[in-house]
Design a protein around this ligand. Sequence first.
Ligand code: NAD
Length: 400
Amino acid sequence: MLKDIIKKFEKIAKILNLSEKVKKRIIEPENILDFKIELNGKIFPAWRVQHNSLLGPYKGGIRFHPKTNLEEIKALAMIMTFKTALMDLPFGGGKGGVRINPKEYSEEELEKISRDYVRFIYQNIGENKDIPAPDMGTNEKIMEIMLNEYEKLTGKKSPATFTGKPIEKGGIVLRKEATGLGGAIITEEIVKKLNWQAKKTKIAIQGFGNVGSYAALYLFEKGFKIIAISDSLSGIFNPEGINIKEAIEYKKAIKYLKGFPGTEEITNQQLLSLKTDILIPAATENVITKNNAKNIKAKIIIELANGPITEAGEKILLKNKKIILPDILANAGGVTVSYFEWQQNKENKIWSKEKVFQELDKKMKNIFNKVWQTSLEEKIDLRTTAYLLAVKKLVEKIKF
Ligand code: NAD
């Protein structure tokens, strides 16, 4: 993963003819906190990577995952640097993690891990220094605990130091929905560009978790035909369209999508190669590879998951004239609303749902149109364009 992201950056560095010194300034993390947390005699490796602060305080989630490692955290931190730069947010990039399977531990044990984590990093974070958020395996409850520990240790109130908090602790409305919503807003924009009509546009979505389900719901409400959705167990398909509101209720009750009335069961592989206009991978990384890219029939692929297409897969897709909306743009709705939360806390205000939606809508459309236009002018694909704009912004700030 780290190699892939560096490769993407190297491609841009070549276009911009960047010196080795400048390249190093962007590739190398500025600071790495590498430590171990102990719980009941067991040791859990943990990290906070503060990748780049050229544009502002480090911003990025903390994940609790049994397979996470320093390489992965470094890669994710670097992606955050590009994402915040592209989205014109006053933030740099960071990421944190603990190698632990949160499903195997009680709430009390996770609270202890979370408090210990903050004890290791609290001198290096803060509302103008580094602003963590939830990621895989962490949630608003953990952010509340971490903020509480941070405020205890520093002796001052500082809600803007963590985003993704519960609303009553300074969190923001629509944060949960933000990533899916942002991706859906971009989907509507691209459909407009191609002069397609919502009700005639078919969409297949892989992954029906936080991101996939909100994207599906918003697009369904806008009249798009969602012909397939899936979770890790299986996919469901109806060429006439699935009622997403009912599918959400069904999944809540049954835990899986399988068996949803009026649909045919398909595999996650079959979903990817359906006859659809738009494909939205919203589950996990590396699902479109050199082995299945040739089977993809969708004209547009919107990367709501991080890194769902491998490099070899992408080559095939581009050769087949597919339009790929890259992750650093398509799933940036989450960090954008985190920025609103931070602003809201710093100004000691509470943003309304309307305001959050309007501002998110404005931001996503604005950056999408900038990327689209530049891609046409420069005759380069959307991913290269998005990285190019992000890297240019960083390079402008470098002073030696
Ligand atoms: P989630 O855990 O809520 O949902 C993931 C969904 O994918 C679930 O429905 C799960 O069953 C399904 N899934 C898991 N593995 C699968 C597989 N191998 N094949 C098919 N389906 C599978 O996670 P999420 O928060 O919705 O995140 C999804 C993706 O979006 C991840 O790549 C994440 O990094 C990315 N992302 C999330 C956010 C956010 O704000 N949550 C922001 C940016 C990017």
